[in-house]
Write a protein that binds this ligand. Structure first.
Ligand SMILES: NC(=O)c1ccc[n+]([C@@H]2O[C@H](COP(=O)([O-])OP(=O)(O)OC[C@H]3O[C@@H](n4cnc5c(N)ncnc54)[C@H](O)[C@@H]3O)[C@@H](O)[C@H]2O)c1
Length: 406
């Protein structure tokens, strides 16, 4: 029985695919590897976290109904974890059509494929952004979510409504998961944790919006993965009431943005150069998840504090920063003025992944690197790291040095 994971080269998708494979599931990944941010990062991530030698990553678009039909014909997935989407609150102001493409058109294609493919359970990603300026904290799933502050949130709200209608009409069991600011190694380069970590490591200024007066319920990716698998294993019953559920997946602990920055400074061994800015349109002041429903339904118990979660993120960033810039010669984030991010199969020709064609669709088999290759890369990174750490020690600002010494 195959589990289809869409967005499997994405941040959360790659971890979910690996966790599913680790417990013995047959996993098929689908991702169009678009260039909203560096496709090289997506490829490296899929390879590094790759679900193993058998893990197949189909490079294709969820809007391609013929491709989905083909996937069901050849692999007959019985469960779907749908994570592919155009993410990001701020980019939805810049490029609204990208959200219509992946989050609306693509979502209907996934629903149709699940309906006709007899899927037993569809788990799909939603977002804390749905809660908007809701003053009731912590956010509970039954709170009103009909005043989105961004098109991104509006498309995710629409997804929940569309999913409910399919659950009602076709008895398709659906679980929507509202994720709260997910962070960790191999994270998204457009999100604050990685933007801050990179800039601080490189001695560049960071932009701190609303003068730092914000709180986020930062959630480590390992907790999110545990939540996704827990939810997947607890499909709403297809008999009786509409088989549809929504759960918050957060840590349940809002953190001051400045505290998060401080932890990055300590892990990086350098002070942040802060540029204070006004609140950005579309942003929320505070997010705080009530996770009691997920706890009651499938034992969700987030366990990674930011004190434990931030240092490995910074360490990964330190290592990967050199790797991506040095070896692939590309930037992490592509800033595209408008429209949908391009799908980037053009990168496939230069990719170290093996590729082969099945009729008109390109399929990639992600293989783990050989042990020798991995060891060689580790040595290179460790050497580069050592010299970088020495230099950083010299440049380190007084405040952080004092904190580190205390
Ligand atoms: N990371 C967070 O903090 C967070 C918070 C709330 C919700 N979410 C949601 O969780 C899901 C995963 O987020 P992520 O952080 O891993 O994002 P991500 O951008 O790293 O992953 C999404 C993946 O989907 C792929 N994709 C996008 N459009 C596609 C299409 N039309 N066809 C095929 N593939 C496509 C992208 O190439 C990307 O690899 C998304 O639905 C996102 O909206 C994430």
């Amino acid at each position: 029985m195959t589990v289809l994971v869409t967005g499997a080269a994405g941040f959360i998708g790659a971890y979910v695919a690996r966790a599913l494979a680790a417990r013995g599931e047959r996993v098929l990944g689908l991702d169009n590897l678009n260039d909203y941010y560096a496709p090289a990062l997506k490829r490296d991530r899929a390879r590094a976290l790759g679900a193993g030698a058998d893990f197949e990553l189909v490079a294709g678009d969820i809007c391609d109904g013929a491709l989905l039909e083909r996937i069901w014909r050849e692999h007959a997935p019985t469960r779907v974890v749908h994570l592919a989407a155009q993410a990001g609150v701020r980019y939805s102001i810049q490029a609204p059509r990208a959200y219509v493409h992946s989050n609306l058109v693509g979502f209907v294609e996934i629903l149709e494929a699940c309906r006709h493919g007899g899927v037993e359970h569809l788990v799909c990603a939603s977002t804390s952004s749905l809660y908007g300026q809701n003053p009731q904290q912590p956010f509970r799933e039954d709170a009103r979510c009909d005043k989105p502050l961004s098109l991104y949130a509006a498309t995710k709200g629409a997804n929940e409504l569309m999913a409910h209608s399919y659950a009602h009409l076709y008895r398709l069991p659906v679980t929507a998961l509202r994720f709260f600011t997910v962070y960790g190694p191999w994270g998204r380069p457009d999100m604050a944790p990685l933007l801050f970590a990179r800039a601080i490591l490189e001695g560049r200024p960071i932009q701190v919006f609303n003068h730092g007066q914000m709180k986020r319920d930062f959630t480590h990716v390992s907790d999110i993965v545990a939540g996704v698998l827990g939810a997947l294993d607890h499909a709403p019953a297809a008999t009786g009431a509409t088989p549809y559920q929504v759960y918050n997946l957060g840590r349940g602990e809002p953190v001051d943005l400045m505290r998060f920055i401080e932890l990055i400074e300590i892990a990086a061994g350098r002070p942040a150069l802060r540029e204070y800015r006004e609140m950005q349109s579309g942003d929320m002041l505070e997010t705080f998840a009530d996770v009691s429903a997920a706890r009651a339904a499938f034992g969700y118990a987030p366990s990674t504090s930011i004190e434990a979660g931030v240092p490995p993120l910074v360490e990964w960033c330190r290592q990967y920063r050199g790797h991506l810039r040095g070896e692939a010669g590309v930037e992490w984030c592509t800033s595209r003025p408008s429209g949908a991010p391009r799908s980037s199969t053009r990168h496939a020709a230069h990719s170290p992944l093996t590729t082969h064609r099945t009729d008109d669709h390109r399929t990639e088999t992600v293989r783990r690197r050989s042990r020798a290759q991995r060891a060689r890369q580790r040595d290179l990174l460790a050497a580069r790291d050592r010299s970088g750490a020495d230099a950083a020690e010299h440049r380190m600002g007084g405040a952080v040095r004092r904190r580190l010494q205390s």
